[in-house]
Design a protein. Structure first.
Length: 59
């Protein structure tokens, strides 16, 4: 099976990019998270999941 490009160049761009330190991610306190979930589910009536009706129409 023929290859597209030589294997000696594999990973060239990723190796050249500078390493960036990841920022520390902290989750919000549980009461803030629960309040946000309440607002989404009951006040805004947001449907859970990725197959939302408003997204299904866009084609």
């Amino acid at each position: 099976m023929p290859t597209h490009g030589s294997l000696t160049k594999a990973g060239k761009v990723r190796g050249q990019t500078p390493k960036i330190q990841a920022r520390e991610r902290t989750s919000p306190p549980s009461r803030v998270r629960n309040k946000n979930n309440f607002v989404k589910r009951f006040e805004k009536r947001v449907q859970p999941g990725q197959k939302k009706p408003e997204r299904m129409r866009r084609r």
